[in-house]
Design a protein around this ligand. Structure first.
Ligand code: F6P
Length: 320
């Protein structure tokens, strides 16, 4: 193996730059050439490749976003699109590819492997933390810290005015961010797609515990009975005549300098992804469970579910 490539795809996640840096530096240390694919799978299909040297990775470890840019490519969902991408890899003599992203990225990587025999490993880059095969994904910790800081601020104004706030956090399908952030901000109620949002319980707490002067409800955007903050606010108004203010945190959770945890995770996974390619691994997600590097066949990362830990539900209920 002489030349490897790396791309970032799907929603960007803080720590992707630390990951690229680790891939480049490990690759060079192992005597490889490292190519950056600019613009995710779109860039792969366009042949938008650039050589990455050590100097390209100076001072990026602390930067949010991704220097390689990213995309959500519709065209890459087609066989024709993937054939173009595979041809560009072969024409550029690339022996192995590292694809960093979420479930869509890993599905694309699996198809590239199956249809064209591309040697490819994936790394978990998404704030959502919804991939089976790794305890944490790159970006999750930063997104949670960003959301927690915002909610602490909302708490001040909720407290001052005696208001109910519903804060909506990201997490397309699963409630990892909502649960983690809700617990760490002492939310009075956490609504996640993994559990039924019970308005009666919420109301009971609101009245009996007397915390209605400063109520924070954290809801994951990812569905469940109420799809987002505004829908839940409407239900509270209709059912119990409670006026709740909504704050949708949105994309601010995706930006900013990565936390130390994200930087070290991203670095560890970068080094390990290069070594996985060199060891002949392919069609797997390179993840980390506790402190061990794991290799999970791509399909398992979306067919198996990373469940929220039961203790989290206990914390959410008992400590609210
Ligand atoms: O996949 C990460 C994520 O931020 C999700 O939490 C969110 O639902 C989605 O991306 C938003 O995607 P986009 O930036 O394409 O609107």
């Amino acid at each position: 193996m002489k030349r490897i490539a790396i791309l970032t795809s799907g929603g960007d996640a803080p720590g992707m730059n630390a990951h690229i840096r680790a891939v480049v530096r490990t690759g060079l240390a192992r005597g490889l050439e490292v190519i950056g694919v600019v613009g995710g799978y779109e860039g792969l299909m366009e042949g938008n490749f650039r050589n990455l040297e050590r100097k390209d990775t100076v001072n990026i470890v602390s930067q949010g976003g991704t220097i390689l840019k990213t995309s959500r490519s519709e065209v890459f969902l087609s066989k024709e699109g993937r054939a173009k991408g595979a041809k560009n890899l072969k024409d550029n003599n690339i022996d192995g590819l590292i694809a960093c992203g979420g479930d869509g990225t890993l599905k694309g990587a699996h198809a590239l492997f199956k249809e064209h025999g591309i040697r490819i490993v994936g790394t978990p880059g998404t704030i959502d933390n919804d991939l089976y095969g790794t305890y944490y994904t790159i970006g999750f910790d930063t997104a949670c810290n960003t959301a927690a800081e915002a909610i602490d601020r909302v708490r001040d104004t909720a407290d001052s005015h005696g208001r109910v706030f519903i804060v909506e956090v990201m997490g397309r399908h699963e409630g990892h961010i909502a649960m983690e952030v809700g617990i760490s901000c002492g939310a009075e109620y956490i609504s996640v797609p993994e559990a039924v949002t019970n308005l009666e319980i919420l109301y009971e707490k609101y009245t009996q515990l007397g915390f209605h002067n400063r109520t924070i409800i954290v809801i994951g955007e990812g569905g469940g009975k109420y799809k987002g903050a505004y829908e839940l606010a409407e239900a509270l108004k209709t059912e119990y005549n409670i006026d709740a203010k909504c704050a949708v945190l949105g994309h601010i959770q995706r930006g900013g300098s990565p936390t130390v945890r994200d930087r070290t995770l991203a670095s560890h996974l970068g080094l390990s992804a290069v070594d996985a390619l060199l060891a002949g691994k392919t069609n797997v997600l390179v993840g980390r469970v506790h402190h061990n590097i794991t290799y999970t066949p791509f399909p398992e990362t979306w067919t198996k579910r990373k469940e929220l830990q039961p203790y989290m539900f206990d914390l959410a209920e008992l400590l609210a």
